[in-house]
Design a protein around this ligand. Sequence first.
Ligand code: MN
Length: 232
Amino acid sequence: MSEFLFPPFQTPGIPVKGEAALYPVNRIFCVGRNYAAHAAEMGNEVDREAPFYFTKAPAAFAPSGTKTPYPPGTTNFHHEMELALAIGRPVFRATRDEAMAAIYGYACALDMTRRDLQISEREKKRPWDLGKDVEKSAIIAEITPAGSFGSIADQAIRLTVNGETRQDASLEEMIWKADEIISHLSGFYHLAPGDLILTGTPAGVGPVTAGDHIEGHIDGLAPVELTLTEPE
Ligand code: MN
């Protein structure tokens, strides 16, 4: 048994509906531009060639209900409401059927974004880390096991800020479907339990500010909530 010089990072856990044990958070993959209307509002065309990804460190995870200061280094912090997939078995080069079978459950998630930095990085052809891998920017709510959610169809996906609707769409608008994403991503990674995939946001993203209360809903799932307090 090795000893560590410093306390090692502790794996965060996500509550699961009907289970006492938590789902462990390992990697957090995020899909870009997976709803045509959001790609358009960001000034991009939809690319049907292949999905693309960025990642957030497990340290970027925070549970639903988190209250956290407006982050440093941005004046344009945006909300993005997303469906999260939680992987429940090892998959590598999965077929679409194997990909579906690998989904342990689903959750409401927020991909909070320093939009000003994401865009300036993008324009300079630099990686998006400062824009996307923000501390406490991957807010993931309670996971509902796949069997009790059923299939992804035309469930509503919505987000409100201080009770006012900002995003209102349907999961059927997703360009890359859950099984296609997992099948594609598993060509590059040995996906395993603990890996989470945020599947992209519909149109209506926009800025939030200190004091705002953000709430996201998907039919059939527990809502995700975040409150921003004054900057540190
Ligand atoms: Mn996103």
